[in-house]
Write a protein that binds this ligand. Structure first.
Ligand SMILES: C[S@@+](CC[C@H](N)C(=O)[O-])C[C@H]1O[C@@H](n2cnc3c(N)ncnc32)[C@H](O)[C@@H]1O
Length: 254
């Protein structure tokens, strides 16, 4: 078996990039449309003329959304396949520059290059997330904002999941081995032998890392489906029982 580290996580992103994003709309996938995008937008505020980095941009839907809202967007990802898709799907007029780079060490950018950094569902993929969070602090101007979303570390733990009765009806969500930090395989892609990797850490580890990087934690959001979204996609009612995502809204102190 390969060592489960950042390189292996990226090998799998390269392998599944096309399939994983084949149903993306301009809002990304359904979870992004219903849960993540509204919460990220709430944290980002006005984007016009802000210098923004999309850190771990994937196929670039969020970069495009932010550019359409008036931001000057640069984007970085470590998967060459994701970057190929991002470049293919992005009209040149949006002016987005895509870079190849590892968030754990972004020498390609100078100190204090960005007003805002957004990292959507990436930080949990990194073996060295402390280094990446310190890099984001380095790249922000004083008072600049770093917003990142992750799988909710309190509910997505090793051995977590729905417990069902004999008819398959979901009874409750089980959490186990919360303090067991380290690499894990996700459940997706369901039909592939080699699944996406991520690294489980406790909520306390994330908060401590943010503080040690010199970032001020201004808010945390556990996104819930709005009434409007529930009307559109009623099966998201299930997400009123357990929170799958957590968003950190942080600011570089001057
Ligand atoms: C779940 S996808 C999210 C992509 C995009 N932010 C979105 O929301 O659609 C995770 C992304 O993180 C990228 N990634 C993982 N590890 C990375 C690293 N060390 N440096 C840069 N990008 C990384 C992967 O290549 C993949 O594109």
């Amino acid at each position: 078996m390969n060592k489960w580290d950042t390189e292996e996580a990226i090998r799998r992103w390269d392998m599944h990039a096309e399939n994983f994003t084949s149903k993306y709309t301009e809002e990304g996938d359904r979870s992004r449309e219903v849960l993540l995008n509204p919460a990220l937008q709430q944290c980002m505020g006005t984007l016009a003329d802000k210098k923004v980095l999309d850190a771990g941009c994937g196929e670039g839907y969020l970069s495009r959304k932010m550019a359409k809202a008036g931001a000057l967007v640069e984007a970085v990802d470590y998967s060459t396949e994701m970057l190929r898709l991002a470049r293919e799907r992005t009209p040149p007029a949006l002016g987005i520059t895509y870079h190849h780079g590892n968030l754990e060490r972004l020498d390609l950018f100078k100190d204090q290059s960005f007003d805002l950094i957004v990292s959507n569902m990436v930080i949990q993929d990194l073996a060295h997330y402390e280094q990446a969070i310190a890099e984001m602090q380095r790249l922000l101007v004083p008072e600049g904002r770093f917003i990142f979303s992750i799988l909710h570390p309190c509910f997505l733990t090793p051995q977590s999941g729905w417990v069902k009765d004999e008819t398959g009806k979901k009874l409750y969500w089980k959490v186990d081995q919360y303090f067991n930090e380290g690499p894990l395989e996700q459940a997706i892609p369901y039909d592939q032998a080699e699944k996406f990797l991520y690294f489980h850490r406790t909520l306390g580890s994330y908060v401590q890392t943010v503080i040690e990087a010199g970032l001020l934690l201004e808010g945390m959001i556990e996104p819930k489906p709005s009434a409007e979204m529930l009307k559109k996609y009623p099966h998201f009612r299930e997400d009123l029982n357990v929170s799958h995502f957590l968003i950190f809204n942080t600011k570089r102190q001057s």
